[in-house]
Design a protein around this ligand. Sequence first.
Ligand code: HEM
Length: 355
Amino acid sequence: MHRHAGLPCIPCIYSPTLSKDSTQLTQYTTLLAKSFTMAPLTHLFVTLSILSLLSCSINAQLSPTFYDKTCPNLQTIVRNAMRQALNKEARMGASILRLFFHDCFVNGCDGSILLDDTATFVGEKNAAPNQNSARGFEVIDTIKTNVEAACSGIVSCADILALATRDGIALLGGPSWAVPLGRRDARTASQSAANNEIPSPFSDLPTLKSMFADKGLSPSDLTVLSGGHTIGQTECQFFRTRIYNETNNIDTQFATSRKANCPASGGDTNLAPLDSITATRFDNNYYRDLVAKRGLLHSDQVLFNGGSQDALVRTYSTNSVAFFRDFAAAMVKMSKISPLTGTNGEIRKNCRVVN
Ligand code: HEM
């Protein structure tokens, strides 16, 4: 449910102290009733305030207009920085998208993945799925610097990552959407949750489904979000077993061509595109690859291997409008995993360290 555009929500800063429970709603209603006995102007003010409070507490939290008053140029700043980053290296759109996915899957979209390890702090950057693999941190730093210059202490790193992700995808030809905003930044991180809650490329379908279900995401969300692999690269060590051993569900020519740059031993970090044809274009070719048994990761091909997701994969392989529509909706859904709002967390000054 969206907040009324015309109703200012200044008291939202108090929203963490408000719960959605009916006792409080009753109290507000009683107050509202009492206000009718007051002088007309006071009455109008009180009524508007209460309606605003009600609207804030009911509509808990994130809204695309969250920074409209406090940082009006935010979206332009992020978009310009992403345009520059992609001009330098198109892959960066993919890297930022993956950062966001790995942020959201570990205690929610709270910027925790951006925190550096220190002598006294173990973050998520060196968890198995991220170490020597997660990239794009410098781009987020640049955007944060630019945003701080325009509106200091207002915008969270978690929101910057959410916006940068959307813009990277749109700039690479993908869909765009209104990003719900108002997340705050974590003051902690969890390396063990990053190790345990981000799926492995060797996972089978039931594991993937259950790991997504743990985050409130359906099998359809899994299938459409995996379409993020229409952009970006992966290392040989993550697809070697597939191209050498999964002979019964891989296109032979494709396997042979990938072996050229991924030897049976050695070359672990050699890169190959996740989408066989258009790795810097956000399109539906990932699904055409799956239907042709050219999925590169085991976790990709299990989405089309005679199982429950085959029909949806086929749909997306021929209908990019449906893919774009469902992808945007699923990104919004993923972006709402356990956000910190109100007075929880903080607005980090530097995305790499807690304040
Ligand atoms: C379904 C479970 C998933 C698994 C097992 C998985 C696994 C992986 C692996 C192993 C890589 C390559 C890492 C490397 O070689 O360094 C990768 C890359 C990538 N993943 Fe996923 N992924 C999954 C879901 C997702 C989702 C949901 C998204 C986004 C919505 C996503 C976006 C990306 C992108 C864009 C890249 C390329 C990054 C780059 O080029 O820097 N992945 N993924």
